[in-house]
Design a binder for this molecule. Structure first.
Ligand SMILES: Cc1ncc(COP(=O)(O)O)c(C=O)c1O
Length: 388
């Protein structure tokens, strides 16, 4: 049996006819930028997230950048971000003129905590970007409380968490402003790059909309109120997202079922699953396990035709692009980077495929030896020198 990491084909087969229909309609209209489909998707995505406003943008990275710029980040302002996110979170801070301040994460959830945020706040801190990593929301109540007290803004990077909830409320509406990515592999994925910003603040929404379109107010092609760029969501992507949005809840429910099957099938094996908080539901974008034998396990799984990923093997602060910031060690982030492994996860994964992955993991540990695996992550373990 072959288990790919992500099967986009099965998702596409479900919607192929509807996609053909909208594609033909847009080609007949020849309106490829803006127009009906963009407005329609923006309304639907705002409704889905429970926010008052949505602005479609070109991708999730620019969505974060424009969110930070809309908040008024000034050159040199510090913005707190997790050390174990996709590099885009930190890139957006720099593009907006800010300085990323990387912080450590909780060993069980791999997410930033309110205490971690509080400890990183300085007089120069302007915002925190909370990343709902792997699809599981961070503790937004506690983080917001710290942020409100300190007078800093909260941005959600919800690129991996479409439809995930905290205390029953969908991510996106849990902060001042949030950015989503619709990169093809995301839970809601376009046929190329696409993204959206959601907020309940009309002034923030207005600024993001202006900046996404060269500073032009709606219906004023020759007025430029501020410096923006070509950062719009295009009509074809919006139409495709409108078709796929109807499936999102069903596809997320299928991921949830798959996650439960994984939890059952992996029970008793010397691997640990990332913990989802009781207050949260995850969108199960990724299924991540921890093991001290990550690289050997990955090789043995590949030999059994099980594809895996690592999100992310090199923490942001150790990347060449950010080494100049001289971030102090982030022990947990650095330790996790050497232990995490993402297993195949997609809505159409079958029970047989999940069993095959779990059996392959069991066979791998029979070869690796189960004794002394010691996968528990102790908070005060020294970070691996090799990672630096
Ligand atoms: C956590 C996170 N933030 C930001 C992004 C950036 O999104 P995009 O690729 O649409 O620019 C991604 C996409 O992979 C992501 O996973």
């Amino acid at each position: 049996m072959n288990v790919c990491f992500l099967d986009l084909r099965s998702m596409h087969e479900e919607i192929a006819d509807e996609i053909q229909e909208v594609w033909s309609r847009i080609c007949a209209q020849c309106s490829f930028v803006g127009a009906e489909y963009v407005g329609q998707f923006e309304q639907q995505w705002a409704d889905y997230c429970g926010t008052a406003y949505c602005v479609g943008v070109a991708d999730g990275t620019v969505g974060l950048e424009l969110s930070l710029r809309a908040l008024g980040i000034r050159p040199g302002d510090e913005v707190i971000v997790p050390g174990n996110t996709f590099i885009a979170t930190a890139e957006a801070v720099v593009k907006a003129g800010g300085v990323p301040v990387f912080i450590d994460v909780d060993p069980a959830t791999h997410l930033i905590t309110a205490d971690g945020v509080a400890a990183a706040i300085t007089p120069r801190t302007a915002a925190v970007v909370v990343v709902h990593l792997y699809g599981q929301p961070a503790d937004m109540d506690a983080i917001r409380a710290v942020a409100i007290k300190a007078g800093i803004a909260v941005v959600e990077d919800a690129a991996q968490a479409h439809g995930a909830t905290w205390q029953g409320k969908r991510v996106g509406g849990l902060s001042d402003i949030a950015s989503f990515s619709f990169y093809p592999g995301k839970n809601l994925g376009a046929f190329g790059d696409a993204g959206a910003v959601v907020t309940n603040d009309p002034a923030l929404a207005e600024r993001v909309r202006l900046m996404s379109n060269h500073g032009r107010p709606p219906n004023s092609p020759h007025l430029h109120e501020l410096v923006g760029g070509t950062h719009r969501l295009d009509a074809l992507q919006a139409a495709i997202l409108t078709v796929k949005l109807k499936r999102l809840d069903a596809w997320n429910a299928a991921r949830e079922r798959a996650a439960r099957l994984y939890a059952q099938a992996l029970a008793g094996l010397p691997v640990e699953l990332v913990q989802v908080a009781d207050e949260a539901t995850s969108s199960h974008h990724l299924t991540v396990i921890r093991t001290s034998h990550r690289d050997e396990l990955r090789r043995l799984l590949a030999a059994e035709n099980v594809a895996t990923g690592i999100h992310y093997p090199i923490p942001c602060h150790l990347q060449k692009a950010f080494r100049g910031l001289n971030t102090p060690p982030l022990p947990m982030v650095e330790r996790l980077a050497g232990r995490i492994l993402s297993l195949p996860m997609f809505p159409h994964i079958s029970e047989a495929q999940i069993r095959h992955v779990a059996d392959a993991i069991a066979r791998a540990f029979d070869r690796l030896g189960r004794s002394g695996v010691g996968v528990a992550v102790e908070p005060h373990d020294p970070s691996p020198a090799a990672a630096r």
